[in-house]
Ligand binder design. Structure first.
Ligand code: UD1
Length: 368
């Protein structure tokens, strides 16, 4: 089908697995699409590997924005995306999640009267100090279609006066990706390559500025991880931001020398999914990982003071432990003693979210 395209925006690592199933579903329906990558994440391991693992084509448009302060990064994306809208006159723009690319493209489109759909709308941590919270709230204000992953999202939006026709509960699109790759993610061999035994290791991810940017927070966290690794081998695929901060604070070598911690580069999505699915526990400050562990039934300790994904706590396997070593230590011991939380899979986390979203986009984003 020719005509004015839908632009699907990706920018940073967590976006790729949210757009991949939607891209595929919309392509299957013959809808005109333009896949746009802002280049917020650009390293091979932060970006290219994901396109390959998830079976996504090369982006039609690559903006090559790169790193920078929030203002610089957002402004650069806006300037470039404005020109893309000039050239392609999209019928609608689809943004996902809460990264700088999300708000930047939503803002440009909305001021040009191009309809915006936000996938993963309505999530709120209540913590304005997180850049993602600012991005979420503003993107939702600007969006014409708000596609929520769980009913708490609808409630949050209602409290902010956003409701009615614009809001649709569609389920969690990351679970589409997770379920689709369940088989292939069992066969990457990464667990053995890292010298680990299935079910007998913990997986760490840390990259939030609130955990890694301050020496006084990062150093004690690293010491705690080294301590915990004496009772369970730990694997740490380290984010470039965290590696850079650890090096600057002189603690990267502590991690490198720790006998029971395996430092790894950022992993591809299939390898990572296998690591999560075969782990005993995940320690993380990521958003998406709180959901993936709930979907896979793996214990998760979230090293943050709050979560925008409360359903992973009320229904799933997630426990919020903050950054206090005593609290983390206690929760970790409970899991080691077999006291992890039983969880269930939330409603509409069923692998069919992309279909529901495509139905809504087809109906509401028509060519004018
Ligand atoms: C971004 C998102 C965050 C998301 C995370 C996933 C925002 C505000 N933050 O945080 O919500 O959870 O992605 O990873 O959008 N870098 C590289 N190579 C890359 C990309 C980044 O080395 O390919 C380094 C650069 O030094 C850069 C730093 O990582 O300055 C931070 O990257 P940036 O995209 O600004 O934020 P993230 O911390 O990755």
């Amino acid at each position: 089908m020719a005509g004015r395209p839908f632009i699907l925006v990706v920018g940073a690592r967590p976006n790729f697995m949210k757009i991949a199933p939607l891209y595929r579903e919309m392509e299957r329906r013959g809808l005109p699409l333009l896949l746009l990558h802002t280049g917020q994440h650009y390293d091979e391991k932060m970006s290219k590997v994901f396109f390959e693992d998830l079976g996504m084509p090369e982006p039609d448009v690559y903006l090559g924005i790169g790193s920078g302060s929030h203002a610089v990064q957002t402004a650069r994306i806006m300037t470039e995306f404005d020109q893309v809208c000039d050239e392609h006159e999209p019928r609608g723009v689809v943004v996902v999640g809460d990264v700088n690319s999300t708000i930047a493209c939503a803002l440009v489109a909305s001021k040009r009267w191009i309809p915006v759909a936000h996938v993963e709308a309505g999530l709120r941590s209540g913590d304005w100090s997180m850049p993602e919270e600012v991005n979420r709230i503003l993107t939702d204000r600007l969006s014409d279609l708000l596609l929520t992953p769980s009913s708490d999202g609808n409630e949050n939006l209602k409290l902010e006066g956003i409701g009615g026709e614009k809001v649709h509960l569609v389920g969690n699109i990351m679970i589409d990706t997770l379920l689709e790759h369940l088989e292939s993610a069992r066969k990457t061999g990464i667990v053995e390559r890292l010298g680990l035994q299935r079910g007998e290791y913990g997986l760490i991810t840390l990259h939030r500025p609130s955990n890694v940017d301050e020496e006084n927070t990062l150093k004690p966290l690293i010491e705690l991880l080294i301590e915990l690794s004496s009772s369970l081998p730990l694997v740490f695929p380290i984010h470039p931001r965290t590696r850079a901060r650890a090096e600057a604070f002189g603690v990267l070598s502590r991690l490198e020398q720790a006998e029971n911690i395996t430092l790894a580069p950022p992993l591809g999505s299939l390898e990572f999914q296998e690591m999560v699915g075969d782990g005993k526990v995940v320690l993380t400050d990521s958003g998406g990982l709180q959901e993936e562990t709930t979907a896979l039934g793996i214990a998760c300790l979230t090293l943050r003071e709050n979560t925008e994904r409360p359903i992973t706590v009320t229904e799933g396997t997630n426990t919020i432990v903050g950054s206090d070593p005593a609290v983390i230590r206690r929760a970790f011991s409970e899991i080691m003693d077999g006291g992890g939380r039983e969880g269930k899979i939330p409603a509409l986390w069923d692998g069919k979210t992309a279909q529901r979203i495509a139905d809504i986009l087809e109906k509401h984003m028509v060519e004018k």
